[in-house]
Design a protein around this ligand. Sequence first.
Ligand code: SAH
Length: 374
Amino acid sequence: MSEQPTRNAAQLTLVAPRRAKPQRHLADLTMAERRAAVAELGEKPFRADQLSRHYFAKLTASPDQMTDLPGETRERLVSQLMPSLLTPVREITCDDGMTRKTLWKLFDGSLVESVLMRYTDRVTMCVSSQAGCGMNCPFCATGQAGLTRNMSTGEIVEQVVAGARALAAGEVPGGPGRVSNIVFMGMGEPMANYKAVIGAVHRLVDPSPEGLGISARGVTVSTVGLVPAIEKLAGEGLPVTLAVSLHAPDDELRDTLVPINTRWKVAEVLGAAWDYAARTKRRVSIEYALIKDINDQEWRADLLGRLLKGKLAHVNLIPLNPTPGSKWTASRPEDERAFVRRLESHGVAVTVRDTRGREIDGACGQLAAASPQS
Ligand code: SAH
């Protein structure tokens, strides 16, 4: 008999603790703000365009390569606007180098992780938006550690730029490449760090050299279901894909698996998701980790199918990845197959997500920034 989850909504942390902020970075700023910042430092505003071209277009890693900037100017601008925000602590790879997880140390010692996954037709980066997470989902390793602090826009963007540099330099097997997709599915709840995440999405999708010029269609923001934030996101004019971590179609079970459900119920979360789909014309991704004997019953597949029938939605089933301290495991293959069939019988599109990075604890829910020695 599997142990049933218990209620733990008391430990939800919606507002991040106030902590010292990382240094300001070019990637925190819009182009207009960059020009103003450069002018404040006593330099000509066009220097902001040069810096932007280096950072976002050429992915220049070393100031020595910025030969279009005179020495003293370069030093001042780089130290003030391009500080190093992430220090790599450890890198682990699997899938012949096509999946790589990086553990980063932030300026205050906080640890976060990002994962780069190369496929034949695309490169997806999974990025963190908070150091830790306050949502306390009992099956997720990040949730168990609690929330340390929000990440800045610059810290979020730097994860992608680091991956883009590694790809451009041919450090990832398969030849030089580019980042095509970003998923906000690393550590943290992106919608609980709204402003920094929206800033980061802008830097990712704004045309080069203002941003990285990645297609908004390739960007997915995943949330436990912070309804007011989903509503706000729908009005940003940023047609990113919304993913909702549902994991249960009924409030009774979802209250225990995704504790924020005690605040915003399944019906409210899905209501916000359908509004999002209507306004952005983007298909919403419904994330559902299949947990043996907990949420994988056929009747729950039926209930989910009825909720999603006819909606602009797609279900992503994730076989539960093991996490320390959790007794739960992935569903039996036959139960997974039955779950898929039931959903499909309602005309709902379903895929079972591959579990890239599982052996390096880089898969969904396994990012916990274990001590660097481990
Ligand atoms: N906080 C956001 C972003 C994290 S995304 C969110 O929850 O949506 C990480 C995804 O992996 C979420 O869908 C999450 O529910 C799922 N997940 C967490 N732990 C998991 C585990 N052990 N196995 C499989 N999926 C897991």
